[in-house]
Write a protein that binds this ligand. Structure first.
Ligand code: SF4
Length: 317
């Protein structure tokens, strides 16, 4: 059952050469107890899509169309006050860099208790007990002692666990994890992803994973959407995506994942366009091995290529 629906979201920026779109007709849904992965190279619009949900966009960004439906409301029509009640309490963000997300001047416990006070109106023993439970859930050992530690006494992985605990102690219905393991080493990455998967299964929280790392997606996500230059170019159930990818960009991304078979990695020629560059037709056409004449002139619509599997490529026409 979908808990949040992003429908035809369009967003842009006023640039030197005029208004330029950064997101075009973006559509996706988040479901209870499922992990949805939004995948693509840096600058493709993944983070802008997530920040639109939280209404934490740069001042220069302008949403020009679409809806984000959560709890029967269009979040794009909510006031700042209404959004403040939703952010953290119902939709929480796990940021890229846990190192800079905690205030170094306060203990981790004080920061967790503040979250409980603001969002749950809990104080004293009751709040402390809830903080311990949240630390236990994210498997931080000796929670009573660790709550009294300062952020610098935590490793990177422990800080990320503490941030996840803050989201969980408010019973957030949606966790948006923006490259949550980028700043961590590989072993800790695997532990954090395992933890997110367990949380999803135990609490039925919907998780939106934003990543450029398809290896993380393969092991953890239920649904995948691939984004290129502000558009979703393919969406599919994760199993099907990895077995039968359809869009040439998805296929190229999959060939660029390192394997342990010693195969030579393939790279994708060229670079993604900047927001200033205007590319007619399919935005991937300057980099696509299969480019046809129509690709340079028309924007490919989404073609259905399987059950819940769609791809914006004229090869499916
Ligand atoms: Fe390549 Fe054309 Fe498909 Fe775009 S529409 S991915 S250019 S074949």
């Amino acid at each position: 059952m979908s808990i949040l629906d992003v429908k035809n979201l369009n967003l842009g920026f006023n640039c030197e050469n005029g208004f330029r779109h950064a997101l075009y007709d973006v559509n996706f849904s988040l479901e209870k107890g499922k992990m949805f992965a939004l995948v693509g190279e840096s600058g493709c619009g993944k983070t802008m899509s997530a920040m639109s949900i939280l209404q934490l966009l740069p001042k220069t960004a302008k949403i020009t169309g679409g809806e984000i439906i959560f709890d029967g409301k269009n979040l794009l029509n909510c006031t700042q006050n209404e959004m403040q009640k939703i952010r953290g309490a119902k939709i929480a963000l796990i940021p890229q860099d846990p190192m800079t997300s905690l205030n170094p001047l306060y203990t981790v416990g004080d920061q967790l208790l503040e979250v409980l006070k603001v969002h749950q109106n809990l104080e004293g023993k009751e709040a402390f007990q809830k903080a311990i439970e949240a630390f236990e859930m994210v498997q931080i050992p000796c929670p009573e002692i660790r709550l009294k530690s300062y952020p610098h006494e935590f490793s990177g992985g422990m800080k990320q666990r503490a941030i996840i605990a803050m989201a969980l102690c408010c019973n957030a219905e949606i966790l948006i994890a923006d490259e949550p393991t980028t700043a961590l080493d590989v072993t800790i990455q695997a532990q954090i992803m395992k933890l997110l998967k367990e949380i999803k299964e135990q609490t039925q929280t919907a998780i939106m994973l934003i990543t450029h790392d398809l290896a993380l997606v393969g092991e953890n996500a239920d649904e995948v959407s691939v984004m290129y230059a502000g558009r979703i170019v393919e969406n599919a159930p994760a199993d099907e995506f990895f077995q039968t990818p359809n869009h040439p960009y998805s296929m190229a991304l999959l060939k660029a994942i390192p394997s342990n078979k010693g195969e030579k990695l393939e790279t994708i020629a060229g670079h993604p366009p900047t927001i200033q560059q205007i590319i007619n037709g399919c935005k991937f056409h300057p980099r696509c091995k299969f480019c046809m004449e129509i690709c340079k002139q028309e924007i490919p619509p989404m073609f259905t290529v399987g059950q819940n599997h769609n791809s914006a490529c004229f090869l499916n026409k």
